[in-house]
Ligand binder design. Sequence first.
Ligand SMILES: NC(=O)c1ccc[n+]([C@@H]2O[C@H](COP(=O)([O-])OP(=O)(O)OC[C@H]3O[C@@H](n4cnc5c(N)ncnc54)[C@H](OP(=O)(O)O)[C@@H]3O)[C@@H](O)[C@H]2O)c1
Length: 836
Amino acid sequence: MGLEFGRMFCNSVNVIDEYMSSIPEHWAMAEAVTVLSTYSTVHYGLIKRAHLRKGENVLIHSGAGGVGQAAINVCKHYECDIYATVETDRKKQFLINKHNIPENRIFISTDVHFNDEIMDATDGQGVDVVFNSLMGEKLSTGLMNCLRLEAGGENLRYIFHMDTNTGTNFDFNTKPYSDILVNDLVANVIKGGKVGTYRHLKLPNGYDKCLSNDYYLNLESNRDLVGLQWFDSQCHIPMGPEKIYPDCLLGFEYVGRRADTGERVMGLEFGRMFCNSVNVIDEYMSSIPEHWSMAEAVTVLSTYSTVHYGLIKRANLRKGESVLIHSGAGGVGQAAINVCKHYECDIYATVETERKKQFLINTHNIPENRIFISTDVHFNDEIMDATDGQGVDVVFNSLMGEKLSTSFECLAISGRFVQIGRYDTIDEKQLPINDSIRDIQFTTIFMDFVIMNDSHYLDEFYDWMHKNSTNNCIKPLNYTVFEAKDADKAFRYMTSGEHIGKIVVKMRDEESERTAITFIRPVPELLVSVKTYFNPNKVYIITGGLGGFGLELISWMQSLGARKFVITSRSGLKTDYQKFIVNRFMKKYKKYFMSNLIVSTANGLTIEGTKQLLNEAKELAPIGGVFHLALELNDSLFKNITFEKFCSTVDTKHKIFANLDQMSRLLDYKLDYFVVFSSISCGKGNAGQSNYGFGNSLCERICEERRRDGLHGLAVQYGPVGDVGVFESSSNETPFASTLGKQRILLCCDVLDKLLAIKQPIVTSYITQDNSNETKQTDGKQKRIIVELWRTLGIDPNSTPNDTTLGDIGIDSMFATELRHELNRDYHVQLTLTQL
Ligand SMILES: NC(=O)c1ccc[n+]([C@@H]2O[C@H](COP(=O)([O-])OP(=O)(O)OC[C@H]3O[C@@H](n4cnc5c(N)ncnc54)[C@H](OP(=O)(O)O)[C@@H]3O)[C@@H](O)[C@H]2O)c1
């Protein structure tokens, strides 16, 4: 008799001598062959590796199977107390009759609560050895990862059998299964007939990128130019009040072709306009005059609308008046020069450099003695000289600080001062805005407010634009073009202050036809970042949504388009913060955004409750996704935990998720998202959280299964979160405190944004605690910077609470800008104004 590696169903074979033995004389050959793989597995597993001792308690799974019966015989020989599981009542009867196992020691393994019965039968002691062959849901990687970190856990090994279409009777004497025993492998996964394991692998570079020809430009979360990226915009937020893109404020002007008529159009919007396709509001749009190219047209929009509104509508510019135009070589400055020329005005201009001065002389024919360098703060004297001490009728200003007050002094009696944009950085006392003696009119213009508040203004502007597009009043400005792929270069060029006129980012070449055309050429494909948008017309279910993480998740999802939510909770609104968030949602968003939020107490642990939950959601809209956050923590070492507590943690995770999976599959559409918030405790293990690890792991199996079935499924194993949720108030006593840092909730959301688009069903997101010297040095440097900062502000660093922020002491944006430059220059610290 012997064991070999395959090809053994045959009538003659060459075998290796050492793998062979004679058959004991009292066994028939047929009997002998039943002994080989079964008893060798028992011998190696129970005797050689588990060191089975006489009289021990042993739980044998699949007791009626070949290996199971062999184990029973061996354990009987060792006078052990045997407990067994079987799959059916027939097999139970077989063990009673054939092996004399008492009925109350045989359990049906399909009932997942057999462990309760075993604990009862052993007077709560449990068994000494588990000889296991159960797979799938009965065995969980998270459970094992946690148990292995508890006392005695080093003895545990597991096999997770993923192949549902093959049996679980592995022959551990043949490869690849024999490798498990030979190499004493701890965590084994069988998939596609192969033995492997679970490992955490880094997501490949570019995991959050895809090739797309539908994209828009935005800043990553760091809100700095380094974060400038093209994002995939496959999912558009529709028209109407939903069309607000709070996450993207880049780009207000656009030109392109209407998808419905093919006509060339130009328009202004509120952000997200560096893109190749967009839903826009009709009233904010106009046709492009035929003699302008699209690139020319786009230079006209914000520049001439600012000039029209500021100089003509507000300052009532009159023919022949004298006007001082600051930043004359800029886009708005040049537009103002063209319009003022049309009004036959006396033009004075300032520029920042000699090069720009030369440009105004050459391109706009402004006499040299009427152009002043604005860095010299005494330009007012020169202007007063040039106007024989009268001053100018109108100042069109974009300068700040001291230069702003200097400009104010250039005004003639009854002059008008038009300020473009913010002037909050100046001390009002320095600027006699209500200068009644000189009868000065001061106007500040914010074009975005104008467009938002006066729905007819753009009609008026477009009308004026068309009328003046051929008489030299409105002339497209000079511009520099950058291809979409070089958008970052365009922005850097702009911040360098080198440019003259406008900078245009080109998405695609314009067709030679200026008439309407039906075929609109697509833009070239670009490698872009993936981006999540939630459909405002669908409803999202968040279980445990009133918890720490859930409440923040709602706001984040809202910022990405989600408008309708069903939040589950066992008992509804309790804390003031929960009430505040929900009230704010209902008061602020319900009417305007057609948003809705229901707090449901439907019991997701039952099928009936799950049906009720889905019905409540369906009444609002089709269901877009499920985010499973419900959590009941009952941390305890495995040996100390009660069965009830163990199960209620597992069930809150697994049963609710499994019920939602099962019932949502019955819908006649697929969900876009089916996500469980799992934990690093499951992925890496954490002593005292075996139940939590178990529950999470079972949810992860559901995600894998859903992916196999072509459905969405994602488990994110988060590390401990610092600012909200279960670890919020536990200073540093989180699991893995020495190795893992606490993750900020916003970071968790940013990560989710990308993870929702990936293919992998299980991912981990955590930050490590960097205990290296380098960090300590950086910490020291940071402290020194903060001390320096307080000193600069005249504040005693020793008496300043650590949590005081620059906002608390009332930092203004001018100071913030200077501070930013100083920090960069002296400490090489790159901070954005928002961060400051
Ligand atoms: N916070 C972290 O550091 C962290 C780290 C990794 C993973 N996670 C995961 O993120 C999720 C949210 O965590 P969290 O910190 O926000 O927890 P949390 O503040 O405790 O919130 C969980 C919520 O679940 C609700 N809940 C419990 N049993 C429920 C049931 N049967 N049906 C419906 N709701 C139930 C509870 O609300 P009621 O009492 O109102 O029912 C509780 O507010 C959890 O799944 C957790 O595993 C969190």
